[in-house]
Design a protein around this ligand. Structure first.
Ligand SMILES: *[C@@H]1O[C@H](CO)[C@@H](O)[C@H](O)[C@H]1NC(C)=O
Ligand SMILES: *[C@@H]1O[C@H](CO)[C@@H](O)[C@H](O)[C@H]1NC(C)=O
Ligand SMILES: *[C@@H]1O[C@H](CO)[C@@H](O)[C@H](O)[C@H]1NC(C)=O
Ligand SMILES: *[C@@H]1O[C@H](CO)[C@@H](O)[C@H](O)[C@H]1NC(C)=O
Ligand SMILES: *[C@@H]1O[C@H](CO)[C@@H](O)[C@H](O)[C@H]1NC(C)=O
Ligand SMILES: *[C@@H]1O[C@H](CO)[C@@H](O)[C@H](O)[C@H]1NC(C)=O
Ligand SMILES: *[C@@H]1O[C@H](CO)[C@@H](O)[C@H](O)[C@H]1NC(C)=O
Ligand SMILES: *[C@@H]1O[C@H](CO)[C@@H](O)[C@H](O)[C@H]1NC(C)=O
Ligand SMILES: *[C@@H]1O[C@H](CO)[C@@H](O)[C@H](O)[C@H]1NC(C)=O
Ligand SMILES: *[C@@H]1O[C@H](CO)[C@@H](O)[C@H](O)[C@H]1NC(C)=O
Ligand SMILES: *[C@@H]1O[C@H](CO)[C@@H](O)[C@H](O)[C@H]1NC(C)=O
Ligand SMILES: *[C@@H]1O[C@H](CO)[C@@H](O)[C@H](O)[C@H]1NC(C)=O
Length: 724
């Protein structure tokens, strides 16, 4: 018992000293040292032309406001750990470092809207806490690593608008927590694995604008929560839409436009909540099923197929219908031009019926619809009787289909221009209950990436409610400055959020701004059926917000750091370094196992206790990316670096340059020889690395002229290499 308590006590003291040690290394270093090295490695692989990461050099990441680094203090080990990398829109290029895999506390990795290229490091599969992987809008290429299927807590993959190629890994079927697959606009190819049908939580499957082929797996309809299913612009070379796709009870949107599909239109009466159906530009044949569709449907697009038979009468009776598009088929019978009468038409709601280029011979119902109803009948036999039927306007030149961009720059009447400093980004809040309330908005670029509507105007109000309800604001505080439909269709919009007039401040304070940004950047606004998933494009901080640094509140200095400042002294540090190395190893065995895990199948052909294999990654981190400042020697074979391993052990690393690489067999023979040589003048060999086309030997570091004997070409036999 006593023994145990003594051990605990000793342990406590050692931990305190450990923290003190790192606190002393740089004035107040309290981010976990391994994660500091990881961030340095991440920085080295990035190219930052605008200097957005200039502050990633000084002292400690978590305590000195490194751009985009959000941390959390782990009370158990007394260190800050990286919780999130929020590198949104920083014009970064370069690559993602494999070292990211060591950020095991990180929940969110956000590099959206940069120019990053290279491939997704497979090591990201080791970020066990990761929930959001956000890489939209870069130039990332290469395949999706199988290892991403290991992420135990991932909920959102946002990898769209890149150049990712290769197939969808089967391992993704293991992702029991994943809710969002947003991988549109890449070059993903091959068969969709049927195994994905087992994903229990998936709600959004966006794979449009890729290069998928093969067949559409019927198994996908088994996903119990799927709401958005969008695969447009792929090439399923002539396969059919499985009947089971009409059976997804949670489905809100089914979009299989331009997929090279054959067969017939499925019966969709098993999807009672469907809002948006697009099967256009395929080779579908047969007639349109007459089964009942959801009463709330907004969009039906079956254009550009080879459909025959009549237009079913059940297309009337949908009060929220915005578009019924059936052009370029071979439909016959009557054009149900009276459908508009069952639609709830607000004064500015547009309603489109497009029946162009079919074989329709008659119309049903009355004509003279209101101006916001657009009916297109060009290219049908019925237009030969246009005069007689009084439908000339619908047989003439067709009008544009897509809703025009909108904006609301209302300047409230009766407010004086000069009393609001517009030049400083202040403006009148249009619908403020206090007249002429002048305040400074935050700008937010947002995009709805798969909305279930075709016309936004009628949904502006519900949209404003959706956002403001979640943010706990009044509706007048949100202004939709502009919106515009894009290819997809997706809806890009620019929002302005104003402070509340009741606060009497006209601006948001810094913590309010950070909180608002958090809400958007962490995607914590819950999804909405109608609006679907959204994209964050940018934050715009102008006028009074220009100088707001996007830092994040910290929970103050850890006890360790304070202790360090009180206790620390250099001699103490020297004395405890050895103990620390041991404790550190014990505490962070997991990192070690991860880091030292062999990647290659290459094995030493003999057994040795004393020599271990190092991964390239570990040696790269130990030497600051083989930085010149770490170089301590040079010979014909290459360079020698001083390296500090994560446990504090100092080593000398001999890295062969390309010209002096030897055959694997010879290299291993040399290692065997070195591992058996023991001599007091000889520096002991600790390990080696044979990864990524490299050959490196790792020795114990001995300052002051210790001598290393090498036996073969790595260091020419006659050389006696002197360190320092
Ligand atoms: C971090 O930012 C805050 C506020 O901008 C500032 O007061 C503090 O000095 C910064 N810390 C460092 C180490 O730069
Ligand atoms: C972003 O970086 C690229 C080079 O990588 C540069 O050409 C471009 O001007 C930068 N954009 C901005 C807005 O600075
Ligand atoms: C990645 O971008 C860098 C510059 O930003 C360029 O030099 C390099 O060739 C690019 N690599 C690939 C694979 O596109
Ligand atoms: C991830 O970690 C596990 C053990 O924690 C290890 O086996 C594996 O090799 C690591 N993978 C990568 C790609 O680093
Ligand atoms: C995954 O999430 C669960 C519940 O949110 C949590 O208990 C668990 O610790 C997480 N796992 C990792 C590796 O972070
Ligand atoms: C996605 O791909 C489609 C088809 O290539 C293209 O029209 C659209 O503009 C792309 N969207 C983005 C945001 O790049
Ligand atoms: C799409 O995949 C086909 C093979 O299925 C390949 O030949 C073609 O090059 C790919 N296209 C793109 C743009 O990746
Ligand atoms: C698939 O495409 C190939 C080449 O484009 C074609 O020869 C083949 O007939 C197609 N298969 C089907 C089922 O349409
Ligand atoms: C649709 O679901 C029902 C019951 O849920 C089932 O009986 C039927 O076989 C399913 N149809 C298809 C084509 O999967
Ligand atoms: C149609 O929409 C209304 C209002 O949003 C909703 O209450 C109703 O449940 C929806 N009906 C179906 C079948 O989804
Ligand atoms: C933010 O996005 C909006 C909408 O796309 C765009 O109009 C605006 O120029 C963007 N602002 C910046 C600073 O990129
Ligand atoms: C501003 O006013 C709103 C309600 O009017 C209130 O909830 C909020 O806490 C106020 N903010 C500040 C900083 O006083």
């Amino acid at each position: 018992m006593k023994m145990l308590r003594l051990r605990f006590c000793l342990f406590g003291v050692i931990i305190a000293l450990l923290q003190c040690y790192f606190a002393m290394l740089s004035s107040a270093q309290i981010t976990h040292p391994l994660e500091v090295s990881v961030l340095q490695a991440v920085r080295r692989k990035l190219i930052d032309t605008q200097g957005n990461l200039n502050n990633w050099k000084k002292s400690d990441p978590c305590t000195s406001n490194w751009t985009g680094v959000v941390c959390i203090l782990d009370k158990n080990d007394g260190y800050f750990h990286v919780r999130e990398l929020r590198m949104l829109h920083l014009n970064l290029s370069g690559k993602l470092a494999p070292e990211l895999g060591l950020l095991t506390y990180a929940k969110r990795l956000n590099f959206m809207w940069n120019n990053i290229n290279g491939s997704i490091p497979k090591e990201i599969g080791n970020m066990t806490s990761l929930q959001l992987l956000l890489l939209s809008g870069n130039q990332i290429s290469g395949p999706l690593p199988d290892e991403l299927g290991n992420l135990p807590n991932i909920t959102k993959f946002q990898l769209d608008i890149n150049q990712i190629s290769g197939p969808l890994p089967r391992s993704f079927a293991n992702l029991n927590t994943v809710r969002h697959f947003h991988m549109n606009n890449n070059s993903i190819s091959g068969q969709i694995p049927p195994e994905l049908g087992a994903l229990p939580q998936l709600i959004h499957l966006l794979l449009d604008n890729n290069n998928l082929s093969g067949y559409l797996p019927p198994e996908l309809s088994k996903m119990p929560k799927l709401t958005v299913f969008q695969l447009d612009n792929n090439n399923f070379n002539g396969t059919e839409i499985p009947e089971s796709y009409g059976n997804m009870s949670t489905l809100l949107k089914l979009s299989l436009r331009n997929c090279n599909l054959q067969g017939s239109v499925p019966d969709l009466s098993g999807s009672p909540h469907l809002l948006y159906l697009d099967l256009s530009s395929n080779k579908l044949v047969g007639s349109i099923p007459t089964n009942k569709l959801s009463v709330n449907i907004t969009t039906i697009n079956l254009s550009n197929n080879m459909l025959t038979g009549p237009i079913p009468s059940n297309f009337s009776g949908f009060p929220h219908l915005q578009k019924l598009l059936l052009k370029n088929n071979n439909l016959s019978g009557d054009a149900p031009t009276n459908i508009w009468q069952s639609v709830t038409l607000g004064s500015f709601v547009k309603f489109t019926l497009d029946f162009r280029n079919n074989s329709l011979t008659n119309i049903s119902g009355i004509i003279n619809p209101p101006a916001n109803v657009s009916i297109k009948l060009q290219g049908n036999p019925v237009c030969q009787r246009a005069n007689e039927l009084n439908i000339l306007p619908f047989c003439g030149v067709p009008t544009e289909d897509t809703e025009a961009p909108g904006s609301s720059n209302d300047f409230p009447e009766g407010c004086k221009t000069q009393s609001c400093p517009f030049s400083d980004n202040f403006e009148y809040v249009p619908e403020s209950p206090a007249p002429c309330f002048c305040a400074a908005p935050l700008g937010i670029g947002l995009r709805l990436r798969s909305p279930s509507i075709s016309e936004f105007q009628p949904y502006k109000f519900p949209f404003e409610l959706w956002i403001t309800d979640h943010l706990g604001m009044n509706r007048y505080q949100l202004v939709i400055d502009s919106f515009m439909w894009e290819e997809g269709p997706r809806l890009r919009m620019y929002l302005k959020i104003f402070p509340s007039f009741s606060n009497d401040t006209y601006t948001f304070n810094t913590s309010e701004i950070l909180q608002l940004m958090d809400e958007f950047a962490t995607f914590s606004i819950p999804g909405d059926d109608t609006f679907g998933p959204y994209d964050l494009l940018n934050f715009t901080l102008l006028g009074p917000y220009k100088d707001v640094i996007l830092k994040h509140p910290k929970s103050g200095m850890s006890r360790g750091a304070l202790l360090g400042i009180v206790l620390g002294s250099m001699s103490l540090i020297v004395a405890i370094s050895l103990v620390i190395a041991f404790i550190f190893y014990k505490k962070h065995k997991r990192f070690y196992r991860q880091v030292f895990k062999k990647k290659s199948t290459q094995k030493l052909p003999f057994k040795t206790e004393s020599v271990r294999e190092f991964s390239f990654l570990v040696l790269e981190m130990a030497t600051n990316g083989f930085d010149n400042s770490m170089q301590v020697g040079q010979g014909g074979y290459g360079k020698v670096y001083k390296g500090v391993l994560a446990d504090g052990t100092i080593v000398a690393i001999k890295r062969a340059h390309e010209g002096s690489l030897q055959g694997q067999q010879e290299f291993f023979t040399e290692i065997e020889l070195l591992s058996r040589l023991h001599h007091r003048n000889l520096v002991p060999l600790v390990g080696y690395c044979v990864e990524q086309g490299e050959q490196m030997l790792v020795y114990e570091f001995m300052p002051n002229g210790s001598v290393v004997l090498d036996t073969s070409s790595l260091v020419k036999a006659k050389d006696l290499q002197v360190f320092l």
